[in-house]
Design a protein around this ligand. Structure first.
Ligand code: NAD
Length: 370
């Protein structure tokens, strides 16, 4: 199969869909890979590394879309890319169709085959191509939180780990899933006094078993949240209810219970946020202040660490990319139930129920297109 890797052109996106290691695997399996010039630069991979791995570098995005059977990238195509998509071309990337009607309409109109990373799903309902980004965001949440607790950045001026003779900072993590667990690990490693809240008692039991002694677990309910707010320095929002908006666990009236310089990092902002006062921010302007409380609500946190994020993402995507390249999308999806869940739009038909519902479009069961 001919595989094309375009350079990401969405604002501030420095990740890339395939690394030189991925090219090596694809070439070893008999495929041909075209990479757009400088596509990997933001993630630390220069063109010469791709060439050494067996790829051919093409100067323009038009040439990459023009030659490829399958496009492998990171973010959804932006408007200027819509017309580059060829009839029947396969695109494997994050799409998040349900929140983007023009993109959905464009992919239907272009007669593309769209495999979406975010809906590839295992039998246990976990989302293997979202997990790596949650791992990055969870770890980064503590790094950012620690930074914004510094006085010049309007924080309380407290060092996360304390020093001998001085208590460490207190970190509250709402949600003990992938983001929350990764945040807890890093905060605990830095010596903070950490509490993780979740509504899932089985999850709290598990965390209690595996976490170090400076991590405590607590049932998540409004009473407990209110009790902890006045004494905690860094609060990380990491809740998720699959398929729904994040529940609001911290409401505006609760800000007055926090000390000035408290830092809120709402990682769940991409699902509407679990802190009422959080609105999506960008890496250029990551924070704002309400009632002396610092809010950090960047919706694409992994974008700030593309070197790590690209490798984390491609470690997870490459087995699926290879499957599709080796068998073609139809056979690969027929053989693999996880991959089949990734099909969203196929040759003008919406085959993912959530997307059809979101825009009141006709739904075609995926089996009908295989
Ligand atoms: N901002 C970013 O850059 C970024 C990056 C990755 C993930 N995210 C977001 O982070 C959020 C968390 O993702 P995840 O992968 O950890 O999800 P997850 O499903 O692994 O974990 C979510 C946890 O929240 C818990 N939960 C649900 N309701 C709760 C409540 N009322 N109180 C406490 N806990 C509750 C669940 O029991 C679960 O353990 C999602 O919204 C995800 O989209 C954002």
């Amino acid at each position: 199969m001919i595989i094309g890797v375009p350079k990401e052109i969405k604002n501030n996106e420095n990740r890339v869909g395939v690394t030189p290691a991925g090219v090596t695997e694809l070439v070893r399996n008999g495929h041909t890979v075209y990479v757009q010039a400088t596509a990997g630069e933001g993630s630390g991979f220069v063109d010469a590394e791709y060439e050494a791995a067996g790829a051919t570098i093409l100067p323009s995005i038009e040439e990459v879309y023009g030659i490829a059977d399958m496009i492998v990238k990171v973010k959804e195509p932006i408007e200027s890319e819509y017309n580059l998509v060829k009839d029947n071309q396969l695109l494997f990337t994050y799409f998040h169709f349900a929140s983007h009607e023009p993109l959905t309409a464009a992919m239907i109109e272009r007669n593309a085959v769209c495999l979406a990373y975010e809906t590839v799903e295992r039998a246990d309902r976990s989302l293997p191509l979202l997990v790596p980004m949650s791992e990055v965001a969870g770890r980064m949440a503590v790094q950012q939180g620690a930074k914004y607790l510094e006085k010049p950045l309007k924080g309380r001026g407290i060092l996360l780990g304390g020093v001998p003779g001085v208590r460490p900072a207190k970190v509250l993590i709402l949600g003990g899933g992938v983001v929350g667990t990764n945040a807890a690990k890093i905060a605990a490693g830095m010596g903070a006094d950490v509490t993780i809240m979740d509504t899932n008692l089985a999850r709290l039991r598990y965390l209690d078993d595996i976490m170090p002694a400076n991590v405590n677990t607590l049932m998540s309910n409004e009473y407990n949240v209110r009790q902890l707010l006045p004494t905690h320095d860094l609060i990380i929002g990491a809740v998720l209810i699959p398929g729904a908006k994040a529940p609001r666990l911290i409401t505006r009236d609760m800000l007055k219970d926090m000390r000035p310089g408290t830092v809120l990092v709402d990682v769940a902002v991409d699902q509407g946020g679990c802190i009422e006062t959080c609105k999506p921010t960008t890496h250029e302007n990551p924070t704002f202040i309400i009632d002396d409380v610092v809010h950090y609500c960047v919706a694409n946190m992994p974008g700030a660490v593309p070197y790590t994020s690209t490798q984390a993402l491609t470690n997870a995507t490459m087995p699926y990319v290879l499957m599709v390249a080796n068998k073609g999308w139809k056979q690969a999806c027929a053989d693999n139930a996880e991959l089949k869940k990734g099909l969203n739009v196929v040759n003008g038909k919406v085959v993912y129920a959530g997307v059809a519902e979101a825009f009141n479009l006709p739904y075609t069961p995926v089996e009908e297109v295989l």
